[in-house]
Design a protein around this ligand. Structure first.
Ligand SMILES: [Zn+2]
Length: 318
């Protein structure tokens, strides 16, 4: 099954590369029949970082800042990025990806340090490898608790369906059985909590509800980095999903704008790493424009998409 799926996808790509429909309409064309989003890859920014050797073709790993490794999954539409953040004494894994590659094995190849997992939020594309880890930090929300049960095949099968994957999937991975495995949160974290990885690095938890009820960012003040998860990336930001909260997102954006002078780089959960922190005040200003009815929008899939330079915000018709 998995071979025919991949072959079909590759054939479609080969046949339709030059049909002039190269624009990646990320929202309107989700799922079957979407355009060949992968023909725009690789994204240029990745070439600027050192690529780290490891044994799985599914992943690409880059050192995007000293001791910070972006784990990129460009083979699937989400282009999800997880981050291994290392300190002198321990390491933190910020998200575990789709669960298509073997994240546990990968991390074992990248570091000998003791590794703890924390998730930027618990949507399927960030918790897929959680089950391979013993130490997992989680926020104390109902949503987070529910998600530890995993997700059944019929809840996530779309994500490995036609149009979503172009790279060969790992040997042993069967799209017909794709599911998010259950896992255990071993310790609760709260806003402002510090995670100490050594004298060289500590991370502070900032709860950032909006995209998801249990969304969080991590700030590394010493190294001037903010790990943003899906709260900010250079693509359509989703405020309209089940569990999303537009008003909470507005407050979150204001709070993050207040951190803009404390960091230089943002490390987002999709597409591209190492984004300028100057986007933070722009994010907050963008939400303000929407709230004040000052922003233009187009309607896509029954939702409003407000475009700003480099990113957009999707809302329900409000
Ligand atoms: Zn995501």
């Amino acid at each position: 099954m998995k071979k025919s799926l991949v072959l079909l996808v590759v054939l479609l790509a080969a046949c339709e590369v030059d049909n002039g429909a190269a624009d990646n309409e990320q929202v309107t064309n989700r799922g079957e029949g979407k355009d060949q989003w992968w023909t725009a890859l690789p994204r240029e920014v990745w070439a600027g970082f050192q690529k780290i050797e490891q044994s799985q073709n599914w992943f690409e790993v880059y050192e995007v800042a000293a001791g910070v490794y972006a784990i990129y999954e460009p083979g699937q539409f989400e282009e999800v990025i997880s981050y291994l953040i290392t300190g002198s004494n321990a390491a933190l894994l910020f998200d575990t990806g789709l669960g298509i590659g073997d994240m546990g094995q990968l991390i074992g190849e990248l570091t000998d340090l003791e590794v703890t997992v924390i998730n930027s939020h618990t949507h399927y594309d960030h918790i897929g490898g959680n089950h391979g880890f013993k130490s997992i930090l989680g926020v104390d929300t109902e949503y987070t608790r529910k998600r530890t049960a995993g997700l059944a095949h019929n809840e996530v099968d779309f994500a490995v369906g036609p149009g979503w994957i172009w790279k060969p999937v790992p040997v042993g991975f069967d799209p017909e059985e794709y599911a998010i495995e259950p896992y255990k949160v071993t310790r609760r974290v709260t806003d402002g909590e510090r995670i100490i990885l050594g004298a060289d690095r500590q991370l502070e938890v900032i709860l950032t509800p909006g995209h998801a009820p249990d969304a969080l960012c991590l700030i590394d003040r010493k190294n001037r980095i903010l790990f943003t998860g899906d709260t900010f990336y250079l693509a359509p930001l989703y405020t309209h999903l089940e569990g999303s909260d537009f008003d909470a997102y507005v407050t979150t954006a204001q709070r993050l704008a207040g951190l803009a002078s404390d960091v230089d780089l943002l490390m987002p959960g999709h597409n591209e790493p190492a984004v300028a922190a100057s986007y933070l005040p722009r994010l907050s200003a963008a939400f303000d424009e929407i709230v004040d009815n000052q922003a233009d929008y187009i309607v896509t899939d029954g939702n409003r998409e407000y475009a700003f330079g480099g990113f957009s915000i999707i809302t329900t018709q409000r």
